[in-house]
Design a protein around this ligand. Structure first.
Ligand code: FAD
Ligand code: 2HG
Ligand code: ZN
Length: 471
C-alpha cells in the first residue's frame, strides 16, 4: 500500500470510524462481487458512512487524494455498475447505513427517505400511513431507493405509475467535490430553471451520490385483483393488453409476459409454486388495483377476461381468489431472474420497443438466434405493458453454459440490431454499468454521447465518480 493510500485510509477512518472502513479481502467480499457473480473486483476499502455529512467528507477526502469512488446500494444491479474494478485503488461507498425515514407528509402525499433505505421499507413506511409507494421489483427486499433512482428502475407497475424517475420530487446529492446539492423539495410544480434532479436519476453513480429523496405517494389500493392468462401467441397478449386498458382504465397496474419456457424454469427451481393454467405457450400476469372502497374491479376484470376468451384472445385464465394465491402467481414471475442465475450464466438483454413491435421482434429474434446458434434456449419474459422484454439467451441443453458466453458479442449484435432497426432501446430499465458500455457507443448517436461526456466532465472533472461505468 502506498503512503498516499495509507493517508486517505486514516482520513476515512477518522470520518466514519474504524469499523466502517473495510480493508480485508474477506470482509469486502459481499461488496466487490455482483449478485450474478459476473464481475469480481477488489477495493482499497469499503466505506460505510451514516450521514450526508459523512458522505460529503468521504468524497472530499477521496477527491483530494485522487481516489475513485464506486457508490453502492443493495448491490442487486444487473450491469456491474456497483462493482469496483480489480485494481484495489477504488473505494466502494455503500449507502446502506443511511436508511432513515426523514419525514412523511400525508397531506402532501410525500415521503422523504435516505438513499440506503430498502425499497420494501419505503413501501411499508408509506403503507403504515395509509398511502402507497408503487415502485415494485423482485429485488425490493434488498435494493435501495438510492440504487433505484440511480438506475431509474422500472419493475412491474410502470404501466400505471411510471419509472423511478416519475416518482421522485426532490433529491439531495453529494457532488464530486464534496458539496451537497440540496434539492430536497416536495413540490409537484417547480419551473425554476433546469430540473437538476433528473440529471442524477439514471446516472448510475457517475455524476453524484444520492443521499436522500422526496418521493411521491399515492392512495393505498383498497381492492386488488390478479389473474394469470394463457394465450396462444404474443400478438394475442398485445391485443389483450389493449382490451384490458380499455376495460379497466388506470386501474390496470401491471401486465407481464411470461413464456412457458421461463415459467418451467422458475418452477424447476421453485417446485412448490403453482402452474395456474397449464399447457399454453405464453402467459400474461395481470395486476389491477382500485383505491375506491366501492369497487367493481374483480367483476370488471373477470368480465374482460371472459370477453377476451370468447374472442379467442385468451385460451384459459385463473383469477386469484385470495391474497395468498395472488402472491404465489407473482412469485412465479418474480423468481424467474433468480432461477436463471441458479440455472447458469446466460446472455441477458433488457430491451424496449413500441408494444406494437414486440410480436414481430420475438418471431424474428427466434429465427435469427436459431440460425446462428442452433438449439440456443430463449428465456423471454418481461414488462409487456411497458414494451420492455427480458430477452435472455441460454446455451443449448447439455452444453457448457460458461463457454457459450463467448458468443455474447455475436448474440448482442443479432438482438440489438433488431431492436435498433425497430427504434428501440438496448437498455430499458437496467442501465449500462460496465456490461453495456460498448453497446451504448455502438448504438447511441455521436451527438448524444458528446453531450453526455460534457455533462460528465462538468460535474466530475477529475473522473472519480464510478469510472468505467456508462461512458
Ligand atoms: P446497486 O446495485 O447497489 O447499484 C446500482 C447502480 O446505482 C450502480 O451503478 C451504483 O454505483 C449506483 N448507485 C447505487 N446507489 C447509489 C447512490 N445512493 N447514489 C449514486 N449512485 C448509486 N431492475 C429493474 O429496473 N426492474 C426490475 O423489475 C428488476 N427486477 C429485479 C429482480 C431481481 C430478483 C434482481 C436481483 C434485480 C432486479 N432488478 C430490477 C435490478 C436491480 O434491483 C435494480 O437495478 C435496482 O434499482 C438496483 O438497486 P440497488 O440498491 O441494488 O443498487
Ligand atoms: C425482472 O424483471 C428483472 O425480473 C430481471 O428486471 C430481468 O434477469 C432478468 O433478465
Ligand atoms: Zn425487469
Amino acid at each position: 500500500m502506498s503512503i498516499g493510500n495509507a493517508n486517505v485510509l486514516d482520513e476515512l477512518v477518522a470520518i466514519v470510524g474504524r469499523g466502517n472502513v473495510l480493508t480485508r479481502r474477506e470482509e469486502q467480499q459481499a461488496y466487490v462481487v455482483d449478485w450474478r457473480d459476473r464481475y469480481h473486483g477488489r477495493a482499497l476499502a469499503v466505506v460505510r458512512p451514516q450521514s450526508t455529512e459523512e458522505v460529503a467528507r468521504v468524497v472530499r477526502a477521496c477527491a483530494a487524494a485522487g481516489v475513485p469512488i464506486v457508490p453502492q446500494g443493495g448491490n442487486t444491479g444487473m450491469c456491474g455498475g456497483a462493482t469496483p474494478d480489480d485494481s484495489a485503488r477504488e473505494v466502494v461507498l455503500t449507502l446502506t447505513r443511511m436508511n432513515r425515514l426523514r419525514a412523511i407528509d400525508v397531506d402532501n402525499a410525500t415521503i422523504t427517505v435516505e438513499a440506503g433505505m430498502p425499497l420494501a421499507t419505503v413501501q411499508a413506511s408509506a403503507a403504515a400511513h395509509g398511502l402507497h409507494f408503487p415502485l415494485s421489483l423482485g429485488s425490493e427486499g434488498s435494493c435501495t431507493i438510492g440504487g433505484n433512482l440511480s438506475t431509474n428502475a422500472g419493475g412491474t407497475a410502470v404501466l400505471r405509475f411510471g419509472n423511478a424517475r416519475d416518482l421522485v420530487l426532490g433529491l439531495e446529492v453529494v457532488l464530486a467535490d464534496g458539496r451537497v446539492l440540496d434539492a430536497l423539495r416536495g413540490l409537484r410544480k417547480d419551473n425554476t430553471g433546469y430540473d437538476l434532479k433528473h440529471l442524477f436519476v439514471g446516472s448510475e453513480g457517475t455524476l453524484g451520490i444520492v443521499t436522500a429523496a422526496v418521493l411521491k405517494l399515492f392512495p393505498a389500493p383498497h381492492v386488488q385483483a390478479t389473474a394469470f392468462a394463457g394465450v396462444a401467441d404474443v400478438s394475442a397478449a398485445v391485443r389483450l393488453l389493449r382490451d384490458l386498458k380499455q376495460a379497466l382504465s388506470d386501474r390496470l397496474v401491471g401486465f407481464e409476459l411470461i413464456s412457458r419456457f421461463a415459467l418451467d424454469l422458475c418452477r424447476r427451481h421453485h417446485p412448490s409454486l403453482p402452474d395456474p393454467v397449464p399447457g399454453h405457450p405464453w402467459y400474461a400476469l395481470i395486476q389491477a388495483n382500485d383505491s375506491a372502497a366501492q369497487s367493481t374491479l374483480a367483476a370488471d376484470l373477470e368480465r374482460a377476461l371472459l370477453s377476451a376468451a370468447e374472442r379467442g384472445l385468451v385460451q384459459d385464465a385463473a383469477v386469484a381468489q385470495s391474497a395468498e394465491q395472488a402472491a404465489r402467481m407473482w412469485a412465479l414471475r418474480d423468481n424467474i431472474s433468480e432461477s436463471q442465475r441458479r440455472e447458469g450464466p446466460n446472455v441477458k438483454h433488457d430491451i424496449a420497443l413500441p408494444v406494437s413491435a414486440i410480436p414481430a421482434f420475438i418471431a424474428e429474434g427466434a429465427t435469427r438466434i436459431e440460425q446462428a446458434f442452433p438449439g440456443a434456449r430463449l428465456v423471454v419474459f418481461g414488462h409487456l405493458g411497458d414494451g420492455n422484454l427480458h430477452y435472455n439467451v441460454a446455451a443449448p441443453a447439455g452444453t457448457d453454459a460458461r463457454a457459450f458466453l463467448a458468443n455474447t458479442p455475436a448474440i448482442n449484435r443479432i438482438v440489438h440490431d433488431l431492436v435498433s432497426a425497430a427504434g428501440g432501446s438496448i437498455s430499458a430499465e437496467h442501465g449500462i454499468g460496465q456490461l453495456k458500455r460498448a453497446e451504448l457507443r455502438h448504438y447511441k448517436g455521436a451527438v448524444e454521447i458528446e453531450v453526455m461526456e460534457r455533462i460528465k466532465a462538468a460535474l466530475d472533472p477529475q473522473g472519480l465518480l464510478n469510472p468505467g461505468k456508462v461512458l
